[in-house]
Design a protein around this ligand. Structure first.
Ligand code: C2E
Ligand code: CA
Ligand code: CA
Length: 662
């Protein structure tokens, strides 16, 4: 608060500069520094950010006019009286306004509901408006202060209103925070409650040392706290590339959608491919420098406020420009990306793809915008270097469906609600159906039946397959128990394991536990895995297969013929069964060359002591071919489609007695 001290000399009050304005001067400097730094933080033109900048402006004006007016009042006979009046009037206007803008800032942080915020803002501005009118009428009624050449500065009878109003606003901020305590994050609540505490400390200190002016210091402290905890540059900027981060992008999208819901914009993500290779080839420091260089280039192309660090090796560009302009920008980026990037003596051409989404054409809503652009990137990554994938309406619908399926999978996992089907495998030697493959089904869902070809990849991508597989294994064990109890001749049921399952620690232990719990021999379960599993986990799977073998659980290689792995490596894994993929089986009846190849493959596998299964056998020709060439087991619609539990029991009872095909 403005501390005024006077010495009565005769009848004239001589005001001297015996109050201390040093804290105000230091505060002005500190405030300017924070203000400068804060401008490098969030650039979003949101109400909150604007009011935050307003806080600086108002505080700065209050502090500087306080310093000026104090000096001018002390030397009032030196300065023109009207100027001292003017500066002091400005000081009086801005002092309680400081409290008002802090209070408004607090409200923007607290109120999520825009209507309530606006109502609060309107209401809270009324005292400020009335007070400003009072300040403007002061030259006539001298209610706040008087200034004249005879007595200098004289306090008016209503001067306390200025300070009361300032503190009332501080309390107002605290009041709002308390009222909305449940909805406000704890740290935000703590920060906002700090204002009144600072204000009370200042009042107390001011009482003890009335000559020290502390208003500006208190306000600067408040702003410093807000800056450090709520408006900090680190919250919105990426440390490495010095461009805004993904959080800032989400905030920007939120802002655009709420403020300009009808306005078009494009969001695209430039994703660097195989950037880990760059890191390992040149070191991480050089990798970082490459990222910085690209960020710099993109910022120079579209403006620093439009580029965001989306993920480690991905940059997003958000622009509100017509399609033609965007095409030109994209073309420029593509041309530049074809050329090498240079960091000191290192040079590299970086391969990349681009995913793009248009608002509102393709999608609406922040989450769907982000997931659409991510999906577009993932599709682009499956294509060639430099590929640009636009997420259109169709793609968006696919994403929606995918999301629905994830939801359904989660529900099914929670309710253990997967249906299991079993497809019998015909054993050529015994002419019985002693083996079967378990196949999971979703026949009943809000989307109708969903095929495994659709939901299994989604379950794998989301990691849900891990829990699902344990659940499926348990169901299969229970089914095997029923078959054994009914004395049906079942040697083994195959269960499919996805590649990701093998990354699970204690997989062997869990598998054994489930089988053991269901009280069936270990040998009744066979685990099918594909070549893709080996690509990532060669050593892990080798150990796992050996562990399983020791327990009497055997493994089968599925889908042989679709992978591209090195067969000499594959064969190192101690599995016992190999299943020829449908495509190989079908090729047999189409091409003579394929038939020769399959024939020789079967012979080779037999020589390696493997049990050979042919899958997808649909007609008599394929069936005869497989039997003639020594295949051990045959799976396919020729014998039976996958069957639900009860039908499978009936099928096995029927066919394992009557061995001829029905
Ligand atoms: P897969 O492991 O190769 O399973 C064989 C697929 O071929 C099954 O399709 C089966 O219904 C189908 N099939 C069998 N005989 C014939 C035939 O004669 N003609 C034709 N056209 N198809 C035949 P399904 O049940 O749709 O399963 C597709 C894939 O989904 C499976 O391929 C497997 O990769 C995955 N899958 C199914 N159930 C599970 C499971 O429980 N766990 C895991 N991880 N994956 C599963
Ligand atoms: Ca399989
Ligand atoms: Ca298969």
């Amino acid at each position: 608060m403005k501390a005024v001290s006077g010495k009565r000399i005769g009848t004239i009050i001589m005001i001297t500069l015996d109050w201390n304005i040093a804290p105000e001067c230091i505060s002005a400097v500190i405030l300017s520094i924070i203000w400068l730094y804060s401008r490098r933080g969030s650039w979003l033109p949101t109400l909150r950010n604007r009011i935050f900048q307003c806080c600086f402006l108002v505080t700065f004006l209050a502090i500087t006019t306080n310093i000026l007016s104090t000096v001018m009042i002390a030397y009032y006979h030196v300065f023109p009286l009207w100027l001292t009046w003017l500066i002091t009037t400005i000081y009086f206007i801005f002092t309680p306004l400081m409290g008002a803008v802090y209070c408004l800032y607090a409200a923007t942080v607290i109120y999520q509901n825009k209507e309530r915020l606006i109502r609060f803002m309107k209401l809270s501005m009324i005292p400020s408006i009335l007070y400003t009118l009072l300040v403007l009428t002061n030259p006539f009624n001298k209610g706040l202060f008087d200034l004249n050449y005879q007595s200098g500065y004289v306090k008016g009878p209503w001067i306390a209103i200025t300070y009361i109003l300032f503190y009332a606003y501080c309390l107002g901020a605290l009041f709002v925070a308390f009222m909305e305590k449940d909805k406000v994050e704890k740290n935000v609540f703590n920060i906002l409650s700090a204002f009144p505490i600072i204000a009370s400390v200042v009042i107390a200190v001011q009482q003890i040392f009335p000559t020290i002016i502390l208003t500006g210091s208190a306000a600067t402290c408040a702003l410093l706290i807000i800056y450090l905890y709520l408006q900090n540059k680190q919250i919105s900027m990426d440390y490495l590339t010095d461009i805004p981060n993904q959080l800032e992008l989400s905030n920007m999208l939120e802002y655009l959608l709420s403020e300009y819901p009808k306005q078009h914009f494009s969001l695209f993500v430039i994703s660097l491919r195989d950037f880990t290779q760059i890191n390992s080839a040149f070191t991480h420091q050089v990798g970082d420098a490459f990222l910085k260089t690209i960020a710099c280039y993109l910022a120079s192309l579209v403006g620093q406020r439009h580029v965001y660090r989306f993920k480690g090796d991905e940059f997003a560009i958000l622009i509100r420009q017509p399609h033609e302009v965007i095409s030109v920008i994209l073309k420029q980026i593509q041309e530049r990306m074809q050329k090498p990037w240079r960091v000191k003596e290192h040079e590299a051409i970086l391969s990349y793809v681009i995913g793009a989404v248009d608002y509102p054409e393709s999608t609406t809503g922040i989450e769907s915008l982000i997931s659409s652009v991510e999906y577009a990137v993932s599709v682009a990554k499956k294509n060639y270097n430099g590929y640009v994938c636009y997420c259109d309406q169709n793609m968006f619908e696919m994403i929606q469906r995918k999301r629905e399926i994830v939801k359904i999978l989660k529900e099914k996992i929670a309710n253990q609600d997967f249906e299991m089907y079993y497809q019998p495998l015909y054993s050529v030697a015994t002419q019985q159906f002693e083996y079967a493959e378990s196949l999971v089904r979703i026949n009943d869902s809000p989307l109708g039946p969903i095929y495994p070809s659709e939901f299994i990849p989604i379950a794998e991508e989301t990691g849900l397959i891990i829990e699902m597989t344990y659940m499926i294994l348990d169901k299969v064990c229970k089914f095997a128990r029923i078959l054994l109890d009914e004395e049906i001749n079942i040697k083994c049921i195959h269960v499919n394991f996805s590649a990701i399952q093998f990354r699970q620690p204690q997989l062997a232990q869990k598998v054994c536990e489930i089988i053991h719990k269901n009280n069936i021999p270990f040998s009744v379960i066979k685990i099918e895995f594909t070549e893709s599993t080996l690509a990532e986990n060669m050593d892990i799977i080798h150990d796992f297969v050996s562990d399983m073998e020791k327990m009497g659980i055997y493994m089968g290689l599925d889908d042989f013929g679709v992978g591209y792995s090195n067969i000499s490596t594959v064969i190192q894994i101690p599995f016992t069964t190999i299943k020829l993929d449908k495509s190989l089986v079908w090729a047999v009846s189409k091409q003579e060359k394929s038939a020769i190849m399959v024939k020789n493959m079967i012979r080779t596998f037999k020589d390696l002591n493997l049990t050979v299964v042919a899958e997808g056998v649909e007609d008599d020709f394929q069936n005869q071919f497989m039997i003639r060439n020594g295949v051990d087991q045959i799976q396919g619609y020729y014998y039976s489609k996958p069957l639900p539990k009860e039908e499978m029991i009936r099928f096995m009872k029927e066919h394992n007695q009557n061995i001829r095909k029905g």
